[in-house]
Design a protein around this ligand. Structure first.
Ligand code: PBG
Length: 427
């Protein structure tokens, strides 16, 4: 990749003005051509030029300034192109008196340059966290319900995918493991095996890419023979405090392997404070906690559960995940998580819950994350494959809307595709 400041400038342009990708790309190429030319001159001159305050050597093009002014004063005004004629309206257009409006908001949307100037929200690859599915295999296995997503071999496919993401500016990932059935138990103890799939993968990635930001998922469901995020009592109750005990061990194990941000997605009460204390007790004061603050009991998680084969064996997750009908309840969760020491508050799913993102954005000074979940991703993909919608445009619009609602970062399976689009390059 070229490293001139100009290349970087032109690459960052569409990431500043994200949504109207195509038209900005057109605009950008002109802009960058001009600036490349002028910068080349500037750099070649810089080496041996002495900068003077006077303009003693101004180049002569013809008449002097005084002669020009005298000519105009004498009435010999030079020619410039005429004002173009008014564009014609189609035959049959009614002839009317213009409306007497003192505000016409369309003036501020009249051209790509004007729209770019007044765009309120921006989006860049730096805002994305890329969720990646990993498994023990050597090959990458396509996930049927999520076109374009794979269970990646932790040693090869994963490393390649991370390299691709970093090349377009996505340097944050979150790992989701597909755990062998034989290792699943009712208490999910594999979750804190220091040599389990996740800790092993973290160590491999950190060895290759020390500056990669690794988020981990803290919850028992991939490790639980019941497919629930917590330990299930014989009457079906999900045991809160006992589960939190396990989650603390899981978070510490992930931190020990090198995780930067542990992300409890289980929705047990009190787990943020307990995990903070457990991390601190082990010397992991610098490991952050991204709490799934408002995680709803949503049907939009369907494709994810297929990806990890983590469907609950019975019942649903409604005694711990939130009721989709509830708004104020998100504030109760947010206050607890803030008080317990969360560094980032997450809302999940994303697009159907924009009001919750906005609520937390307005009520908390903490960074807000939005999770554009598997069902949201798959619907856009399916609509695109069926040619019912323009996949790329809907993808960029949905991500921009999450930013507009107040999300600082977005966990999205589109991270690589969207960042590639923002960099203006098809790969
Ligand atoms: C489980 C977990 C889930 C997701 C992330 N972590 C599923 C669930 O709660 O059942 C869903 C992500 C997605 O649908 O993309 N701890």
């Amino acid at each position: 990749m070229a490293t001139t400041p100009i290349f970087n400038a032109s690459c960052s342009f569409p990431s500043i003005k994200g949504i109207d990708c195509k038209s900005y790309i057109g605009l950008r190429s002109n802009v960058s051509k001009v600036s490349i030319a002028s910068t080349r001159i500037a750099t070649s001159q810089r080496r041996n030029i002495v900068i003077r305050a006077s303009n003693g050597h101004a180049k002569k093009l013809g008449m002097s300034d005084a002669e020009c002014e005298a000519a105009v004063a004498a009435g010999n005004v030079p020619e410039a192109p005429p004002v173009p004629p008014k564009p014609a309206a189609p035959v049959g257009t009614p002839i009317i008196q213009p409306l007497n409006l003192n505000r016409r908001p369309r003036r501020n949307r009249a051209s790509p340059a004007v729209r770019a100037a007044f765009q309120e929200t921006d989006i860049s690859p730096a805002n994305f966290v890329y969720p990646l599915f990993i498994h023990e295999g050597e090959e990458d296995t396509p996930i049927g319900a999520m076109p374009g997503c794979y269970r990646l071999g932790w040693r090869h496919g994963l490393v390649q995918e991370v390299a691709k993401a970093r090349a377009v500016g996505v340097n944050s990932i979150v790992l989701f493991p597909k755990v062998p059935e034989a290792l699943k138990t009712p208490t999910g103890d594999e979750a804190y095996n220091d040599n389990g799939l996740v800790p092993r993968t973290i160590r491999l990635l950190k060895d290759k890419y020390p500056d990669l930001i690794i988020y981990t998922d803290v919850a028992l469901d991939p490790y639980s023979s019941d497919g629930h995020d917590g330990i299930v009592r014989e009457d079906g109750v999900i045991m809160n405090d006992e589960t939190v005990h396990q989650l603390c061990k899981q978070a510490v194990s992930q931190a020990r392997a090198g995780a930067d941000v542990v992300s409890p997605s289980d929705m047990m009460d009190g787990r943020v404070g307990a995990i903070r204390a457990a991390l601190d007790a082990e010397g992991f004061q610098n490991v952050s906690i991204m709490s799934y603050t408002a995680k709803y009991a949503s049907s939009f998680y369907g494709p994810f559960r297929e990806a990890l084969d983590s469907n609950p064996r019975f019942g649903d997750k409604k005694t711990y995940q939130m009721n989709p009908a509830n708004y104020r309840e998100a504030l109760i969760e947010a206050r607890e998580d803030e008080a317990e020491g969360a560094d980032i508050l997450l809302v999940k799913p994303g697009l159907p819950y924009l009001d919750i993102i906005r609520l937390l954005r307005d009520k908390s000074p903490l960074p807000i994350a939005a999770y554009q979940v598997s069902g949201e991703y798959s619907m856009i993909k399916a609509g695109g494959v069926l040619k019912m919608i323009d996949e790329e445009k809907v993808m960029m619009e949905s991500l921009m809307c999450l930013r507009r609602a107040g999300a600082d970062i977005i966990l999205t399976y589109f991270a690589l595709q969207a960042a590639t689009c923002l960099c203006g390059e098809k790969r």
